[in-house]
Design a binder for this molecule. Structure first.
Ligand code: ZN
Ligand code: ZN
Ligand code: ZN
Length: 372
């Protein structure tokens, strides 16, 4: 992996200089995993002790790391990447160490979007005359366009979560609570190759009308419409994320079938229009118009999609107002939903990757409302 990563550091260094920044300061996050290829570990290095990649517009990148965590960064090919380690011990001032690496008082630095506030303010105190910006806008230009190895990793993640949806008739049964079903799904997510189940939404009946419902002790009743939105990181760090809507222990009513047909058409049409040059907001508008024209506009209460990669939500966002032109290698969800408050809801979500002349869906399970 480290050869792919080596090019990333060089591109990020060029982007840093090109953005008028003296340095990027990247604490443990998907950004750090992207740049130096550290293995997936959701919480590694995120603490009150500063771990921070100092990526200057010129010169070698330096990873500032607490000495007790240094072993975790050895043997992962940092020398090959030309990344130097600078460690510090409790009692040292790690912000002064960063300041020293920056050669005094730089004009502007960018910090990772998820850097803990304690570190942002620690750096501000050490560099009072330095403008702080966000690194996200610099790094998203790199992370948004997936290379072939990243697309392969996302394809593997898509196949793994598809295998979990394929097992749904064994997992979701009437008489079980949402929480029981979610527990069984979480086990299946790991069995099918993920490192962890990072989210398991099982929204049955009226709970399906709340897009961010997680799970509850509600018992699934025969004939319930159930939204199942699941995913997690694979060993390489890339995420899966796929939603299917099921009718558990019964057949859908005519109203459910007709409404679901609108949603299915919205998801199909949005995917069908994806190709290089089409803007993100047009894809959102396509799904939204179909749902609104059928009279459900007020019940589609979120954007159509989000980028995915080393973070489950990242650029590009498929949302009104985003005129970004899609390019080959961009990977994102297409996940329209219809949510009827107090009654039921439905969502269909696939991850797609933009190709030279269209897009490749990475999720292949049937889109129909499946009766279990
Ligand atoms: Zn999603
Ligand atoms: Zn999802
Ligand atoms: Zn379909």
């Amino acid at each position: 992996m480290s050869h792919a990563v080596a090019g990333r550091l060089a591109r990020a260094t060029a982007a840093t200089a090109g953005s008028g920044l003296d340095a990027l300061l990247i604490t443990p996050s998907a950004d750090l995993r992207y740049l130096i290829g550290v293995p997936y570990d959701a919480h590694a290095g995120v603490s009150e002790r500063l771990t921070c990649l100092v990526l200057r517009g010129s010169g070698e990148p330096v990873l500032v790391v607490p000495r007790l965590e240094r072993p975790g960064y050895q043997g992962i090919g940092l020398d090959e990447l030309g990344v130097e380690l600078a460690d510090w011990v409790d009692g040292d001032d790690p912000y002064a160490l960063v300041t020293g690496l920056l050669g005094g008082a730089p004009r502007a630095v960018a910090v990772s979007d998820t850097m803990p506030a304690a570190h942002v303010l620690g750096l501000r105190a050490a560099l009072p005359d330095t403008e702080q910006r966000l690194a996200g806008p610099v790094l998203r230009e790199l992370r948004m366009r997936k290379d072939a190895a990243e697309v392969a990793a996302l394809r593997k993640a898509g196949a793994a979560i598809d295998r979990v949806h394929a097992r749904m008739s064994d997992l979701a049964k009437p008489g079980r609570t949402e929480a029981e079903v979610a527990g069984a799904i979480a086990v299946a997510i790991v069995e099918e190759g993920h490192v962890a189940a990072s989210f398991v939404i099982v929204g049955s009946g009226p709970n399906g009308a709340s897009p961010h419902h997680s799970v509850s002790d509600r018992m699934i009743e025969p004939g319930d419409v159930v939204v199942v939105d699941i995913g997690g990181p694979m060993p390489e760090g890339y995420y899966s994320d796929s939603t299917r809507t099921y009718c558990v222990g019964g057949e859908p009513t005519a109203e459910v079938r007709d409404t679901y047909a609108v949603l299915h058409e919205a998801q199909r049409a949005a995917v069908a229009m994806i190709r290089p040059g089409v803007s993100a907001e047009r894809v959102d508008g396509c799904a939204r118009t179909i749902i609104a024209d059928a009279g459900f506009g007020e019940y589609f209460v979120h954007r159509t999609g989000h980028g995915i990669g080393l973070d489950v939500h990242e650029e590009p966002y498929i949302v009104a107002g985003n005129d970004l032109a899609l390019e080959p290698g961009m990977a994102f969800s297409v996940e329209p939903g219809i949510y009827l408050p107090g009654r039921w809801g439905a969502r269909i979500e696939d991850i797609v990757v933009v190709t030279e002349d269209g897009c490749e869906p990475l999720n292949r399970r049937p889109h129909e409302l499946v009766s279990l």
